[in-house]
Structure formats: C-alpha cells, structure tokens
Ligand binder design. Structure first.
Ligand code: ADP
Ligand code: MG
Length: 1022
C-alpha cells in the first residue's frame, strides 16, 4: 500500500517538526486526544448524581456499569469523579488488569490503597486506624509497603484459619473506608471488573453486601459487557449483586448518530462534512473510541482498515519506528509501567526512553499516570500486542522477567513474584515459570488470595513433568505441591478439587515409608468428604490413628485425635471422650496451648451429651471456661468464638438468659477486638437477641437484631434474626411486619438442608401467623404440614416443644378431622419427648395445660377435672416465672383463667386473679392481642349476677357461660375457643340450653336470656 507508506513518511517528518505544516496542524489538533466535552450521557450522569445524593443522605448505593470496550465507561466515571471531587468527595479508582489466569490478587484495591498513600501519606493512613497494629498488618497484605518491611498479616492466625484471616482483611478494608468516609463522601470505583481476579470479586461482593454499614460511600463497578461469555466468572457476581435493592445495573449504549456527529465536531473543532460523518458512523457505529481513532486518520479516514484492531494499530503505525518498538515491548506489561522498568526492558537510558516515547504521548497513544506510562485504552495495547510475532512475544516477556528478577524494586512490593510468574509463563520458559509460580503461590498465601494461590499451584503441577529437576528447583517434592494445592483448595472453598489433590497425593505415597504423611492426608480426606456432604465415616480417621502411634509423632497424633473426637463430640460416648482426653494429655505434655484449648472444648461438648444440655456450674461449663481462658491467652480466636457461641447457646437452653446474653455480648466485644465485628459479631447477635426475647426485653432484642442486620450478615444469620423479630411482631399484633419477616426467612430456608434450630422456630411463627390471619383451620393445616415435612422425632426437644404446644393449641381451637388427627400426632410426639432442664419442663407443663388428656370434652359438669387442669396451668405459670420468661407466663395465666372459668361461677375469682396478673405483663410487653384477650375475658370473670332465674331453669355453670356467649352472638367455634372446649362440646351445650329455655334457635335463646335479664348485672357493669 504505497499510500500508507507515504503517509507514514509524512508523519515521521511532521513529528520531527521538519516539514509539511498541514500535517503538523493535523497532529496538533489531535494531541489533546479526543473531545474536550462529554457528549450525551446526561441520563447516566444523572443516575450517578442521584446515587451519590443517596449515599450522602446515609443510604447505601452501588452502580454496576456495563458497556462494550471503548463506549465511554472510563470517560463517564472520570467526568463524574470530577464533579464529585468538586463537591468535596474523595474518589478512589482501582482498575483491574488483564493478566490472564494469574491476575494480581486484589489488584484494584491495591491500586486504590497505593493512590491513597500517595495522596495522604502512609502515616495518616495508619493514623486512620487508631491503635491497631493488626489493622495495618492486615492491610499490608494488599500493600506490603504499609507494614514498613514487617511481614504482612498475622502469620500464626493465617495458618490457623485462612478463611478468618480473609474475613479480617475484608473487615479492615471496610473499616478503612468507613473512617475515610467519616470525613467526607467517598466514591469507590472498580474499573474493568471483567478482568477482576477472584479475590477482588469476593471483596467487591463483600463491600457492596455490607454497604448498609458503610455510610457516605458510593461504589461503582464498570465492566465490558460484551466480554461476559456464558461462563464468565463475573456473571454470577453481577447476578447476585443485582438482587440487592440498593444496587443498580446500567448498560452504557453507543452514541447515536447525532451524538457521533457532535463528537466529531468537538474533536475537529468544527462540524465535519456529511461524507465524513457518514463514514464515521458507518464504520464506528457510535463507539466513541473508534470514532476518535477514525478521526485521527491523517486522510480523514478515506481508507478504512479491515478490522478495528487494524484501525487501532494505525495510530501506532503512524509513529516513528523507534517509538513503535518501545510500544511493542510496553504492550507486554499489563497496566501502568514505570519509566525505569520500561527503560530497562527496552535497553535504553531513561533519557533515550523519554525521547522515544514523547511522540506516543503527544499522539495520545500512551498517557502518563502516577504509576508510569499506560496505553490510553486497553484495546490499543491489545492491538499492539497482537502485532507481535510469536517469537518476539516470548522474547519481550523474558526481558520483563529478567529485568524484574535483577531489580525487584522496579515493580511494587507485593507484585514481584506474581509479575515474574506471569512473564516467565508467557515467555514459555517452563523451568522458570514453574519456579516463579511456586514462589508466587506463597506470596498469594500471605495475601490470603486463595483462589490465585490455587491457580499458581495448578500451574506448578502442570509444568512439573517438563522440568526434570523440578523438586530440587522448588525445594519440595511433588506430593508436597499436591498437599499445598489441597490446602489452597480448602481455603478457596473448592472441596472437590481439594479431594482430587489428596487422592493423587495418597496414590503417590506408601504408608510403610511415610505413615505420618499418609495419616494426615487421610484426615484431610475425611474433612473434604464432610465438606462435600459425602456420608461420614470414621474409617479414614481410624486408619490414620493406627498409622501414627504416640512414639512416632506426638504432634501429628494430637491433631488426628482432635479430628477424631471432633467427629463424634456431639454424639459423645466413651470412645470420643477417650480420644479427646488423649489429645489433651499430649497437648499438655508438648505445651501446645492451642491444641489444649481445642481438646478441652471438645470435652466440654462431649460432657453436655447428645442433647446438648448443661447447667451453669456443671462440668461442661468448667471445661469450656478453662478452654476459653487458654485460647484467650494464646490469642487463638477461632476456638474462643466457638466456645462463646456454644456457652451462650447452652445457657439459653437451660433458662440462664441473663448470663447467656452476657457471654454472647462479651463474644461480640472479642470479635470487635479481633477485627471480626461484622462477620462473627453479627452471628453472635442472635445469641444476644434470643435470651433478651425470652426475658421479655423485646425492644432491646429488636434493637440488637436490627443493628446486626445492618451489617448485612450471611443469610443464615439473617434468617434467625428475621424469625426472632417476626415472632415479636406477631406477639405484638403487627401482623404485616410479622408476615413480611416470616416470608423473608421462609425464602432463605427454602432449598437448604433442614436444621431444627431454624426450621422449627420458623414453623412456630408460621403457625401463629396462620392462626392470627386466617383462623384455626389454617393454623391446623400449617401445623400438620410441619409435622409431615420434618422429622420431629429426630430433632432436639428444645425446638420441638414449642411446636407441640402451639400445634396442640390450634388443634383444640379448631374442629374436624384434621384437627383431631393433628392432636393425635402431637400427643404421640409429646409422650416421647425428652424433658431436660427447666425450660423444657416449662414447655411440657404448658403442653399439659393446653392438652389435658383426661376428661377431654365431657367436662360439662366436671368441676373436679377443672381443678386439676387449673393446677396444671398454674404449674406452667410457675415454671415460666421461675426461669424469668414473662410472655409464656402471661399466656399460661390466661390459659389458667380460661380453665378456671369453665368451673362456672365458683371459678370466677380464680380467673379474675390470674387475669389481673397477666394484664400488666401483656401491657408492658406491648403484646396487644394478649391484652385484648384479657380485656375480653375480664367481664366473664367478674361473672353474671347469679340469681334464682338460673336455678329455676336448672342451667349448669358451664351452660350459663355458653349462653352468655350465644347471647353475644358468638358461633360454636368461637365459644369453643373462648371456653377451651371443642366445638362439638359447645354445640352439645347449646342444644341443651335451647331445650331448657324452650327456644328453637340461638336468636330465640338470646332473646329469652335477655327477657329473663340473666346477664343484667354484667351488662350494667360495662
Ligand atoms: N460521551 C463521550 N464524549 C466524548 N468522548 C467520549 C465519550 N465517551 C467516550 N469518549 C472517548 O472515547 C474514548 C474511549 O472511551 P473510554 O471511556 O476509555 O471507553 P471504555 O472505558 O468504555 O472502554 C476515550 O478517549 C474517551 O475520552
Ligand atoms: Mg475503560
């Protein structure tokens, strides 16, 4: 193409400033690089501004902005960033880089931190996180220079629990943002998330998920939507995020024809002729990047390149050959590249480099950033890189790898290993690719970037056979790499892959020569089986233990013993106790405090037995307190938190509510001290709110739940908190709220494995809600469903009793076959149910008060029966009062009053006394439905004027009661509910009454009662 050649010559001349003024003019016109004004995008700017307003008013808001490459995402963000800065905000932008599989872990966040340090200085940043060496150490996982040479992270704790180290890092980052945003609004932008590494994706999900806890922060994420193929890893994240109500997803469209013309006019400084704009729009189709590039063609783009990549290359080809050479090499770096590194890899002095690069900068192919040079657009870099010949490709990457190897200071602190791994791999240098991947995997481990670590280790394994002396090179044998890979897979949550690594390692080892290693792998295999949900057996652990006797390796044996006793600690039994005791002994002998704490904790659980019940002061609590003290001493957070959860759970189970709440509160404080307030702390909120609920401190319970929910905890925590708040709403008669919360938790529970401590409280809430909104028949249906769906005989009686009590109550209020059938099933379960501890005892008494088997309905005149039923109800009241649960006590009091009323006039005083006790409790709790029920019952308890009329009519006490309700217009079912009898009995009473009064209908009976002034005294009293 002679034309191109000629053009290039002219270009070169122009840049050298030698000739052809017209070309110089053209060049000058374009050096600004694009349009000084933003074309279109009014709607998108408005969306961003609205979201920004929302966060400044304290609400959460996040935007996901998709669009094809070159459509203007970065431009939009930059324009908005300018406005936000002008409005006083701080803007942090972090871009994801295309690094292939070995993306720099946390890339965009590291970039943000680096910018921040540059802006405010490391000292001020450190000062933002007061008194917290730990916080700095955590953040140094992202930006090692923060720790000033100290190792990043808390190595010991990272080893103990990788997931926790990660949670801690995430929380510290969140805290940093919180502190920054306290001073002024913060805009956080993650650019090009389609290239985000998995760790960054996780952190993005975490930050947006927890945004309610993060006032004054706007989060925006951009990505190339045209790159999201079906299995792209960003897809599920976007789907997940879009479900959050404060997240808005928008797609940036191409420019319209009119806007393209506007853009051309802005670039050219005047309106272009029709032919040009036709060509422009025809070719670039409204993509601003391509529009700009076409406009930059010297000949007004008469010659349209074949592909858009060619188009982008043209800008480069117009540059001097020396410049192009530098650009080709620079294209092998992802992201910004420091001038020093570029000088080194291009073999130039810095001055030479500056001279070579100037035309690229003026020509707007390269831009300068704080980190060095970068291509103006990634697509240009890609186009240049594609231009490299395969041989050149490896050569260039080798240069990078060698340069970084010779002088690691050329790239940022934490990046050295990753960069080397990337370049050696791209250079197809197997040996060094293997070595550097191994080294980088260790760095990834320090950065808690488990997924990236796994990728790197997989690469080591992939290259292993191609490097003859691989084991010597990395200083580890093949099995060791497999072991590391299994550990990385475990930490990254990839259990199936982890299992595969373990199996391969086992296949390579011989238990006769390597018993300890085999044993530990067997224990790992057991763990993976459990995580995957395969049937659990002790087989692997037993074999492992038989391989490692005490004299062989005490430490390994201790570990295996702990794993084995953990497996069976809930079932308990002498076998597991023995193992835990052995572990304890070894741990003490070896002075391994950590293992000691774990063994003690295990013994505590074993002590509590399969029912998980223990009284304060019992052996369980003694052991657990001992374990907690040790764990605290050695700073082993993981065991502490488990113990705190377990202790408060046990205390709550035996009615020690004050203490349960206190222990859980201490646990929250501990979580805060360990930088885990949001994750662990929120979970513990359940264990604070639950005892408060029982203690009748409902407002406090709601407050705790509300605050925990603000931290956007994981679904299982949210679910429990939702059920808890829903139960309070129901008891307070706020049915709309109760229904909303019940629905929320129901949705969360659907499709997940049954768990008695979640599904059964949910069932109780559902049954209560059905009763309140649709009546007894619906409640019976709901209860029947619960009994059918779940295996209550295999569930803890702690959660079964409440279900039985409410099921019996609704069965008694309804009538018909369904209710009878339900009651029958409930009775069977109640008979078999364990009664352990005072709380379960109270439930059982409540049950007996609700469902007195004896006498059932033939109690028309059964005053003697009523007495024993009253005693049962009173016993329930006393039991609830003894453990300090006011609400069930008040319910039982009202139940007792109802029983007393069935005894006729003689029971009225007793009924009134109980109602008077219940009234202030209901009042104080704000349990309005119960208050109303009490108000409705009080007149009955005050009693009708007893007089000769009844005697003449020979109505029994019970019949008087029934008649009074008939007179009030109540149906048999309502009468039955009010008097605590079955509707069938009520109807028998009614027909007897009709007979005695000589009335044909209920209305007639009511009229007779009226005429006889049977209830006059009572009416007068009203
Ligand atoms: N609305 C616009 N008005 C003017 N110029 C724009 C507009 N959108 C994009 N550009 C220009 O187009 C080029 C590509 O835009 P960029 O924001 O980098 O795209 P993306 O980030 O979507 O890949 C940049 O030079 C940018 O300045
Ligand atoms: Mg961009």
């Amino acid at each position: 193409m002679p034309d191109t050649e000629g053009g290039q010559d002219r270009e070169t001349a122009a840049i050298a400033g030698m000739s052809d003024p017209s070309e110089t003019l053209h060049y000058e016109m374009n050096r600004r690089g694009g349009s000084p004004v933003l074309v279109g995008r009014a709607a998108e700017m408005a969306t961003l501004a609205a979201a920004f307003d929302a966060v400044r008013q304290g609400g959460p808001a996040a935007l996901l902005i998709g669009g094809e490459a070159g459509v203007g995402k970065t431009r939009l963000i930059n324009e908005f960033a300018g406005e936000a800065r002008a409005a006083g905000a701080r803007v942090l932008i972090g871009g994801c880089l295309e690094l292939g599989a070995d993306g720099l872990p946390f890339g965009p966040f590291t970039a943000m931190l680096r910018d921040l340090v540059r802006e405010i200085g490391a000292d001020e940043l450190v000062g933002l996180l007061p008194g917290s060496d730990r916080a700095i150490r955590e953040l140094a996982r992202l930006l090692p220079e923060l720790a000033g040479g100290q190792p990043a992270g808390d190595a010991a704790s990272a080893l103990r629990n990788a997931g926790e180290a990660r949670a801690r890092l995430f929380e510290e980052f969140l805290t940093l943002l919180e502190r920054l945003a306290a001073a002024r609004p913060l805009v956080l932008v993650i650019e090009d998330a389609h290239w985000a590494d998995r760790s960054s994706r996780d952190l993005i999900a975490f930050l947006i998920g927890y945004q309610r806890a993060l006032a004054n922060v706007l989060i925006a994420v951009t990505f190339r939507s045209d790159e999201l193929h079906r299995t792209h890893p960003l897809r599920p994240l976007l789907a997940e995020l879009t479900r959050i109500d404060w997240v808005e997803r928008t797609e940036l469209p191409r420019l319209s024809r009119g806007q393209s013309e506007e853009l051309a006019a802005a670039v050219l400084g005047g309106f272009a002729d029709r032919a040009l704009t036709d060509r422009l729009y025809g070719r670039a189709e409204g993509n601003p990047l391509f529009t700009e590039e076409l406009l930059a063609c010297p000949d007004g783009c008469a010659l349209i390149p074949d592909s858009l990549a060619d188009l982008l290359q043209q800008a480069v080809r117009r540059l001097p050959e020396d410049t192009q050479e530098v650009l080709r090499i620079a294209s092998a770096a992802s992201g910004a590249i420091s001038p020093m590194l570029l000088a080194r890899v291009t073999g130039r002095t810095e001055d030479e480099l500056t001279a070579a690069i100037r035309p690229a900068v003026t020509g707007n192919v390269l831009v300068t950033t704080a980190d060095g040079y970068a291509f103006r657009h990634a697509l240009i870099r890609e186009a240049v890189h594609e231009d490299l010949l395969p041989g050149e490709h490896s050569q260039v990457h080798t240069k990078f790898a060698l340069a970084i190897d010779a002088d690691p200071a050329l790239v940022g602190d934490g990046r050295v290993d990753m960069e080397k791994a990337h370049h050696w791999y791209a250079a197809h240098n197997t040996t060094w690719a293997l070595i550097s991947a191994w080294q980088a995997s260790m760095q990834a481990s320090r950065s808690v970037a488990h997924a990236e670590r796994l990728v790197l280790l997989a690469r080591v394994l992939e290259l292993w056979d191609q490097v003859p002396d691989a084991a010597e090179r990395v200083g580890a044998d093949h099995v060791r790499v497999l072991e590391e890979s299994a550990a990385a897979a475990r930490d990254a949550g990839e259990n199936k892959r982890g299992l595969a690594f373990v199996e391969s390692a086992l296949a390579e080892l011989d238990e006769r020569t390597d018993p300890v290693r085999v044993a530990l792998l067997l224990s790992e295999r057991h763990m993976f089986h459990r995580e995957i949900g395969m049937p659990e057996t002790l087989e692997d652990l037993d074999r492992a233990l038989s391989l490692v006797p005490e004299q062989l390796d005490k430490k390994a044996r201790t570990q295996l013993l702990l794993a084995a006793s953990h497996f069976g600690c809930h079932e308990g039994g002498p076998h597991f106790r023995e193992r835990a005791n052995e572990a304890l002994r070894f741990a003490r002998e070896a002075g391994d405090r950590d293992a000691e704490a774990q063994a003690l904790a295990m013994l505590a659980v074993i002590e509590a037995g399969p029912l998980g019940v223990a009284e304060p002061g019992s052996e369980t609590f003694r052991l657990s307190a001992q374990a907690r003290a040790i764990a605290q001493q050695v700073g082993a957070y993981q065991p502490i938190i488990k113990l705190v959860i377990y202790e408060s759970h046990l205390l709550c189970g035996v009615g020690e509510y004050e203490q349960a709440a206190m222990v859980a509160r201490e646990g929250i404080a501990d979580a805060e001290r360990h930088g885990l307030a949001r994750t662990r702390g929120a979970f513990l909120a359940i264990n604070v709110a639950e005892p408060l609920l029982y203690l009748g401190r409902w407002d406090e319970a709601l407050d705790v739940a509300e605050r925990a929910l603000d931290l956007a905890p994981p679904w299982s925590t949210r679910c429990s908190l939702s059920i808890l708040s829903g139960s309070i709403a129901l008891a307070r008669g706020d049915l709309a709220t109760a229904a909303r919360l019940a629905e929320a938790s129901r949705v969360m529970l659907s499709g997940v494995r049954y768990e008695d401590q979640k599904n059964l409280p949910q069932a109780v809430l559902d049954i209560g809600l059905a009763l309140a909104t649709e009546g007894p028949a619906a409640a019976v249906a709901s209860a029947t469903e619960t009994l059918t769906e779940y295996d209550l005989s295999g569930s803890s009686s702690r959660y079964v009793w409440p279900v039985l009590v409410i099921a019996a109550a609704v069965a008694r209020q309804a009538s018909g076959e369904a209710a009878d059938a339900l009651l029958g099933r409930v009775r069977t379960l109640a008979e078999k149910q364990d009664v352990v501890g005072p709380v379960q005892r109270a439930w059982q008494l409540s049950y007996q008060a609700v469902d007195p088997r004896a006498g059932d309905d033939d109690d028309a005149a059964g005053a003697g029966d009523a007495a024993s039923r009253l005693a049962a109800a009173d016993a329930a009241v006393a039991a609830w009062e003894a453990i300090g649960q006011p609400y069930p006590a008040a319910l039982a009091l009202v139940g007792a009053a109802q029983v007393a009323l069935t005894a006729g006039p003689s029971g009225r005083a007793a009924a009134a006394a109980r109602l008077r006790r219940a009234a202030p409790i209901a009042e104080q709790l704000g349990a309005h439905p119960l208050s109303e029920q009490i108000t409705a019952l009080l007149p009955q308890a005050a009693g009708p004027a007893a007089g000769p009329q009844h005697e003449r009519l020979s109505l029994t006490g019970r019949e008087i009661e029934v008649l009074r309700l008939v007179t009030a217009g109540q149906s048999n079912r309502e009468i039955a509910a009010a008097l605590f009898i079955s509707p069938k009995t009520a109807s028998v009473h009614v027909s007897n009454i009709l007979g005695k009064l000589g009335a044909a209908t209920r209305t007639e009976a009511a009229a007779r009662a009226h005429a006889l002034r049977l209830f006059e005294a009572q009416d007068g009293a009203r």
